[in-house]
Design a protein around this ligand. Structure first.
Ligand SMILES: *Cc1c(COP(=O)(O)O)cnc(C)c1O
Length: 736
């Protein structure tokens, strides 16, 4: 069920693609057959670079092309990274440029052309090309629908084609020849960011959408593979013909290349494998370093007088170049990682462990009172919940209320790391916060959004819930396309158009400015499978699927459905849907102990709450501590003042011995009334407690544990309320 979230197929092919690029630059089969080498390096290996463009398009562009997001930060982040990389690469190859005299006689114009289009070394054109391409597609997507952007990209590719493999034809027409002359003075080839990159970037984005919508990737593998083999065969024939008749000026662009890439990329997506992030780094460095390694191998072979083997035998030469490049790339990637880790550990030692507040370096997370998050537990909960999903079903974790108090951006980013691409939040501001924190993928706003905030939906590519027909009309009347999911009310009688009002529901789907991508409902009695609850829940589900069926019959087919939340998935997995909006269970809790026992789910709490002891002092017989004499010492006592209060989310109802904290693995009852920012606890009998040490409000200390269930029970509420009300003053940090 996880194949759509795991991009291991892409990651492994990155390595293959990097080696194919190395083949283009070493001609491995040249010693044996020039024809075979042509087919390998000038035709087959031409799939490598478009693949890299498509991978970029796949992850970056859907939000712009389909979501009409106005949020340029993801693009800017990418550009910044590529810029840095390009700068490093330029410096790296500068000595070779100078040694080979490549700048001589180039003039300022020539050098500029190298830097901004051609690349300063023969393989570096890729970096400016991906930057130009991404910027161009982003620019086009601002004013045009994706279909038009695709059209423009194809048109540009055609222009490129006639300056590349088909130049022999263009050359015959004087006007074209002159026009291409001008082009070539700006960029040595049409294989660049303007004519070559866009079509692949757009195609990558398009495929991400295809996978999302049809969910057929895993069943169609054989057909997709056949498509790839056939189009690669046709491309080979095309290449050989063009070569035979001397039509090519350059041999990067073929008519059959985009179709071949379409099938290849989809094929790779069908491979189930964990994403392999490290391979991304290594393949990138193989790409950047292999020309340097070619020089190294040649020089080395000459030095040890083994040129006949390592240079003249093209295949041996290629293999050695691959090995050396791979080795260098691993060294650089490893060194880069170590440096990054060093910096991180230095920052940690200096107390800079987590997020930043605005642009400032933040304070020590564990300074006053804080939430410690358990990454392993979060991952295990994800795995556990995913094991309950049916094929094709995906998690859409609920990130509302600051991820139930856990820290929305922090948690969402970690979930992204484990492949989750869809999230839901309660309100627009929460969606915006996620976007600003760098969260990509789908974000569904479950609650009401005021018309004043409608522009934010587009700007941050958020999906709005249509809470009833009237609201749908209101949203439609804002005049711009918005992505929506339609909510129907199947018995909870909270948000949603009433399920029996099928015509209204259908009309929502017809509204011109709404891009309705989903239909959902919420279950109101799914906490148990007791007969009454079960009958009601199944009734809700059948009303829901009846409405979905009604829409399907009327041509509204490509919509996502979802109805399960945490309890729904645990108690009624058979009710299905494309997404599961899991909240509380993801954080390792259920609403109460009873629920946890009924479900028998192996969930692990993610949140612990810790606090510093500010002061330790004596309280002598007859004295009282805190407001209103509510705690009076019958005999001499020792107390500690903790730097946390009800404003931080510690329920005030735990005052006066109702609640407790853990210090040195022992229980210390809360003494007197909890204050807004301080809490006094009785530590009589706990030896050696010192100011500056930590106390545990929620979580484990030694053999003792205070669970969210305990706190919720004592406060007369459910765990959801306890964790989601943990205050903004608490810092959130992953525990070590
Ligand atoms: C909060 C919420 C969820 C998540 O519920 P949990 O019980 O925490 O899993 C799902 N759907 C909707 C509409 C919600 O409001």
């Amino acid at each position: 069920m996880a194949e759509e979230k795991q991009y291991g197929g892409l990651d492994y092919f990155r390595m293959a693609a990097a080696f194919l690029v190395a083949a283009i630059h070493t001609s491995p089969l040249a010693s044996f057959s020039t024809e075979a080498d042509f087919v390998l390096t000038r035709v087959a290996a031409r799939v490598a670079v478009p693949f890299f463009f498509m991978a970029t398009g796949f992850f970056l562009l859907p939000q712009y092309l389909f979501g009409h997001s106005m949020d340029n930060r993801p693009l800017r982040r990418l550009l910044k990274k590529l810029f840095l990389l390009y700068g490093i690469a330029i410096l790296l190859y500068l000595p070779v440029n100078l040694y080979a005299g490549q700048f001589e006689g180039a003039g300022i114009g020539g050098v500029l052309r190298m830097v901004w289009m051609d690349g300063t070394f023969y393989h570096l054109w890729y970096l400016p090309a991906v930057m130009w391409g991404a910027v161009l597609v982003r620019f086009l997507s601002r004013g045009l629908p994706w279909t038009a952007v695709t059209g423009v990209s194809i048109f540009l590719y055609l222009i490129g084609l006639f300056g590349d493999s088909y130049y022999g034809f263009a050359e015959q027409v004087p006007a074209l020849r002159a026009a291409y002359g001008v082009l070539f003075s700006i960029s040595s080839y049409t294989r660049n960011g303007i004519f070559y990159a866009p079509v692949f970037l757009v195609m990558g984005a398009g495929i991400s959408r295809l996978g999302n919508q049809s969910g057929i990737l895993h069943v169609e593998r054989a057909r997709i593979a056949a498509g790839f083999v056939i189009s690669l065969g046709l491309m080979t024939a095309e290449g050989l013909l063009l070569h035979r008749f001397g039509i090519q000026r350059h041999d990067s662009m073929y008519i059959m290349l985009p179709p071949a890439m379409f099938f290849l990329f989809r094929l790779l997506l069908t491979f189930r494998a964990e994403s392999a992030k490290r391979l991304r780094m290594i393949s990138m460095w193989i790409y950047l370093l292999h020309p340097l390694c070619i020089i190294l191998v040649r020089g080395g072979a000459k030095a040890v007088r083994m040129e006949s083997l390592f240079v003249e035998n093209s295949l041996a030469h290629y293999l050695v170049v691959c090995v050396v490049s791979c080795f260098c790339a691993c060294v650089v990637a490893f060194a880069g990682k170590t440096v990054a880790e060093r910096i991180a550990s230095k920052r940690k030692a200096a107390g800079i462990t987590g997020f930043t507040v605005g642009k400032q370096k933040r304070r020590f997370a564990e300074g006053r009172a804080w939430i410690e998050l358990n990454r392993e537990h979060l991952r295990e909960n994800v795995r556990m919940l995913e094991s309950l999903l049916s094929p094709g079903q995906l998690l859409m974790p609920a990130m509302k209320a600051n991820a139930y108090g856990h820290g929305a951006v922090t948690v969402a980013k970690e979930l992204q790391n484990v492949g989750i691409r869809s999230f839901c939040v309660a309100c627009v501001a929460e969606g915006v916060e996620l976007r600003k924190g760098g969260v990509t993928g789908e974000i569904l706003v479950l609650g009401y959004t005021h018309p004043m905030d409608f522009p934010l939906l587009r700007k941050y590519d958020l999906i709005q819930t249509v809470v009833d027909y009237a609201y749908g009309r209101l949203l439609d009347s804002c005049g711009k396309k918005v992505r929506v999911h339609v909510k129907i009310d199947t018995g909870m009688h909270r948000l949603g158009e009433r399920a029996e009002k099928k015509k209204e529901i259908r009309r929502i789907f017809r509204l011109k400015n709404l891009r309705a991508e989903g239909l959902y409902t919420h279950l109101s009695a799914d906490e148990t499978r007791d007969p009454a609850e079960r009958a009601f829940t199944e009734g809700q589900a059948s009303l829901f699927y009846e409405a979905a069926g009604y829409l399907n019959k009327r041509g509204i087919i490509e919509i996502k459905t979802h109805l399960l939340a945490s309890y729904g998935l645990l108690n009624y997995p058979e009710l299905g849907g494309d997404y599961v909006r899991a909240g509380i269970a993801l954080y390792g809790l259920l609403s109460d102990r009873q629920g946890a026992e009924n479900c028998k789910a192996d969930l692990r709490p993610v949140m612990s709450v810790k606090v510093r002891i500010a002061v330790v002092k004596d309280l002598y017989q007859g004295e009282s501590a805190g407001y209103g004499f509510s705690y009076r010492a019958a005999e001499d006592r020792k107390i500690a003042v903790l730097a946390i209060g009800y404003a931080d989310g510690l329920p005030r109802s735990l005052s006066c011995g109702c609640g407790r904290v853990l210090i040195h693995g022992k229980s210390a009852p809360i003494a007197g009334r909890i204050c807004m920012d301080q809490t006094i606890v009785d530590i009589t009998g706990i030896e050696g407690v010192k100011a500056g040490e930590t106390a545990t409000i929620m979580g484990r200390d030694g053999n003792e544990e205070i669970t969210a269930y305990e706190i919720a029970e004592k406060a007369g509420t459910i765990t959801n309320e306890i964790v989601s009300r943990m205050g903004v003053r608490l810092e959130r940090a992953w525990g070590s």
